[in-house]
Design a protein. Sequence first.
Length: 136
Amino acid sequence: MPEKLVIYTDGGARGNPGPAAIGAVIYGAGERPLRQIGEYIGSGTNNQAEYKALIRGLTEAAALGAKEALCFLDSELVVRQLTGKYKVKEPELKNLAAEVFKISNKFLRVEFKHVGREKNKLADKLVNEALDKAEF
């Protein structure tokens, strides 16, 4: 298993808050994903889903034995909160950010980068497929 994994994550809610789902795609050295995760997570906001997708992706990468993780999210807000450019004010997001940092401690290095939606299509697709399959 590669020591450095690349993770693309996305989260979304229909209604905000409303039915929510997460998507995560984990890559090693090749172009084919090592893991693809799309899960319905119940009711939540878009931002909660974005954080939960990242938590799920990092948890999976840690289970795969990665030492480093490069995380791409299309939520500029979440990236700016995790990199300290914005404060996390909402209590639920504070808890989720704390969970991200706790999981990040399992790695030697974790980076959070913003990426445009057009470069995050697979994770977005997994979110929408999970929402389409869910019965709410």
